[in-house]
Write a protein that binds this ligand. Structure first.
Ligand code: FUB
Length: 312
């Protein structure tokens, strides 16, 4: 997709813009796109890669928000949240997703837990809340919503990452997340408490990065999958947010120059968009990723056509 980036250096109050094609964000490395639409504006919540070219692991200090009203001009609202916002958190800012309910914005984030009375460390999911999509955000609970259950034995277990939240038409909210297996739980109306037991599933080829949404009465579970390594994107559908999920196939083959990729899907102004990340910016790679967007198309029966990755 051909786009223009409009980046706001908020600290200086300065704004600059530049013509750009995929990747849509070029002035920093970004990953794990999570789009929402609010009041006719598309907001894109992202991770932020700051590893050097020599690093062999992530350095992800914070989460950014971008916005657009035309899919052509992108405004960078800056790093609006970091693990430092959560007194219980430490380490990297992994994938996150923000969702609006009753005028409040709940930003579900994956990060890591300090070793303390509650945890031996490891992946954890927290929630930040704001009255506006661009913050200011504060810790909504004062503690993690989900703590890795394996942390007593494995000090750096990975399975409690990558939250995605669906609010169904009847008002019931569901959170899905996971690495290696998919977990889901109902959330209370306040969005910060679980409302029932956690269920664990194993969708075909599931690795991580679930994105769950409802469209025209069908529920979609889209996720990063093992494929032949690096990751691809595959999906399932269901007639209920609790499944059973029917495997539907591959949406997107491997992306260039990044081991991971991560889906973010939205309809906006009559078109359907598929956000993802790859590693194609100069000096980019698996720990220096970049967000892209391409059109996506549904068949009459609701199945999804394969994404054509573009550089335009
Ligand atoms: O960005 C860090 C991790 O890489 C995310 O949490 C995963 O989904 C993968 O994209």
């Amino acid at each position: 997709m051909k786009v223009t980036i409009l980046s706001a250096a908020l600290a200086l109050g300065a704004i600059f813009s530049a013509k750009a094609q995929n990747p849509i964000i070029k002035h920093i490395f970004t990953a794990d796109p999570a789009p929402i639409v609010y009041n006719d504006t598309l907001f894109l919540y992202t991770s932020h890669d700051t590893a050097s070219v020599k690093d062999t692991n992530y350095k992800m200090p914070d989460w950014h928000v971008f916005s657009t009203t035309d899919m052509a001009t992108w405004k960078d609202h800056g790093a609006l949240l970091s693990p430092k916002t959560f007194s219980w958190a430490t380490g990297d800012a992994y994938a996150a997703e923000c969702i609006e309910r009753d005028g409040k914005f709940y930003w579900f984030v994956s990060t890591f837990h300090k070793k303390d009375g509650r945890s031996q460390g490891g992946a954890a999911i927290g929630v930040a809340v704001s009255d506006r999509p661009t913050g200011p955000f504060k810790d909504a609970i004062g503690q993690a919503l989900i703590i890795n259950e394996m942390t007593k034995d494995l000090p750096h277990a990975w399975d409690d990452i990558d939250p995605t939240v669906l609010i169904d038409d009847d008002g019931q909210a569901y959170m899905y997340w996971g690495n290696g297996s998919l977990k889901w739980v109902k959330l209370k109306k306040n969005m910060i408490e679980m409302d029932g037991p956690i269920t664990t599933l194993m969708p075909k080829n599931f690795i991580e990065g679930p994105w769950v949404y409802k469209r025209k009465g069908m529920y979609y579970l889209v996720y990063a999958s093992a494929g032949t390594k690096p990751e691809m994107i595959e999906y399932c559908t269901a007639t209920s947010p609790t499944g059973p999920w029917t495997y539907r196939g591959i949406i997107q083959e491997n992306v260039p120059n990044s081991f991971t990729t991560h889906p973010g899907i939205i309809d906006y102004k009559g078109k359907s968009y598929f956000f993802y990340h790859n590693g194609v910016l100069p000096t980019g790679g698996s720990y220096r990723r970049s967000i892209c967007v391409d059109y996506m198309y549904y068949n009459e029966d609701g199945t999804i056509q394969k994404i054509v990755q573009t550089t335009k």
